[in-house]
Design a protein around this ligand. Structure first.
Ligand SMILES: [Zn+2]
Length: 414
């Protein structure tokens, strides 16, 4: 039996168990993790890892699950990572997963999800497709990755005679809020390099991400009772609106760019009579172009503030993550092993760049090279999210092949 076929039932079983647990994160929270309920899944994973015999499985102080699968003592220690939280951008409470067995390749599975608007679905004729009931997200991002890593570990525990690399397992929190690695202790994790299983289409290995900055731009004016405000009031809400209006409409925006083109994207606007703040995302694969965006956006804001001597503007910058490409290119064997493992499960691997970031972007920057491997989910962060069971099984098989590959002499120097 092909490896993926052998893993399929276990992956599905775990996936259905994990998606029912609400682990939605919250961008506006000040706690870490941002929501305590994420740990409901983390605690379950600790228990399941211990039951598999990974004696050191435990929750870290900040809510990460770390565990060791002992392997080849002479080769590299390899990290496998996935995040337990799901996106705040769609309802996530009470997920009711549905398995559509042997999909006919044409039917609408939940409202709005059909091959017309999700082309990959047509290619999944004959697969077993998992969706939510259409009222919540599914949580394949990234519980597909969690289930695949767990199934791969369970396989290697069952087949104790299969040589594989020493493996560190890490399940993180708060990836979706951009804080997935804030308290990730590389020394405590102790891997030489790692892989996130947080990608999408089977066969895709992502070695390049955006570089990302969040800029908070705050306008203040002059507050006066509006009934007696003639010649005195300067309204910060109007300043913020004028700034947003100056942003380019035909270029440099998410709705007009693709591929390697960057963008600036106003995410929120909040204000009252005293001040108004626009939070804007700056995104480009090229670090120099990102700095040009920063200067450009500040200039637009300064121009708006200059329209009235009583107006003020201040900036607060957060460097969110960096493109992982440059650092990964210094360690080509890390990506090469993922490509090789993908070939060994019978897929043609494709190197991809993401128009976004992963936990691996930050980890790579911090010194742990971490490309992103496909996990098989699609239409992330929406109620139309879906995953093919066969694709998830291929991703789990890729994890197994990766750990086997990295225990071979050729990779010892990695
Ligand atoms: Zn994800």
């Amino acid at each position: 039996m092909a490896l993926a076929d052998e893993l399929r039932d276990d992956v599905l079983d775990r996936f259905l168990r994990y998606v029912r647990i609400d682990t939605q994160s919250d961008r506006d929270s000040d706690t870490y993790p941002s929501t305590a309920k994420q740990l409901n899944l983390s605690h379950l994973l600790v228990t399941e890892l211990q039951e598999l015999g990974l004696a050191d499985a435990a929750l870290t102080e900040y809510g990460y699950v770390f565990a060791t699968l002992p392997g080849d003592p002479d080769g590299p220690t390899v990290g496998l990572l996935a995040h337990v939280d799901v996106s705040p951008d769609a309802p996530a409470d009470g997920v009711q997963p549905q398995v559509h067995a042997n999909y006919d390749g044409v039917s609408e599975l939940v409202p709005g999800l059909a091959p017309d608007n999700s082309p990959l679905l047509a290619e999944r004729k004959g697969h077993d497709i998992v969706t939510s009931d259409g009222t919540t997200l599914l949580g394949a991002d990234d519980k597909a990755g969690v289930a695949e890593i767990m199934a791969a570990v369970a396989y290697l525990v069952r087949h104790g005679d299969v040589p594989h690399a020493t493996t560190r397992i890490g399940f993180t929190v708060d990836e979706e809020t951009g804080h997935g690695t804030d308290h990730f202790d590389l020394g405590e994790f102790g891997a030489d390099f790692a892989y996130t299983f947080d990608g999408s289409e089977v066969g895709e290995i992502e070695n390049e991400t955006f570089s990302a900055v969040e800029l908070k731009i705050t306008f203040t004016g002059a507050f006066v009772h509006p009934g007696y405000a003639k010649g005195k009031l300067v309204n910060p809400i109007k300043l913020a609106a004028a700034f947003v209006d100056r942003l380019p409409k035909d270029t440099l925006s998410p709705e007009t760019t693709e591929g390697m083109e960057g963008f600036v994207h106003p995410l929120t606007i909040r204000g009252d009579a005293n001040s108004a703040t626009v939070t804007i995302y700056l995104r480009d694969h090229d670090g120099d172009k990102l700095e040009e965006q920063d200067a450009f956006v500040r200039r637009l804001a300064d121009e708006v503030a200059a329209t009235d001597p009583r107006a003020r503007v201040t900036f607060e910058r957060w460097d969110q993550y960096r493109n992982m490409r440059e650092k990964l290119d210094e360690r080509p064997e890390v990506v090469e092993a993922a490509l090789e493992a993908t070939r060994r499960v019978g897929l043609e691997p494709r190197l991809m760049s993401i128009r976004g970031g992963t936990d691996g972007s930050r980890l790579t920057e911090m010194g742990l090279p971490t490309p992103n491997v496909f996990a098989g989910g699609n239409e992330f962060h929406s109620v139309r999210e879906w995953a093919s069971v066969q694709d998830m099984a291929l991703a789990a098989a890729t994890a197994v092949e990766l750990l086997k590959t990295l225990a071979e002499p050729r990779w010892r120097t990695a």
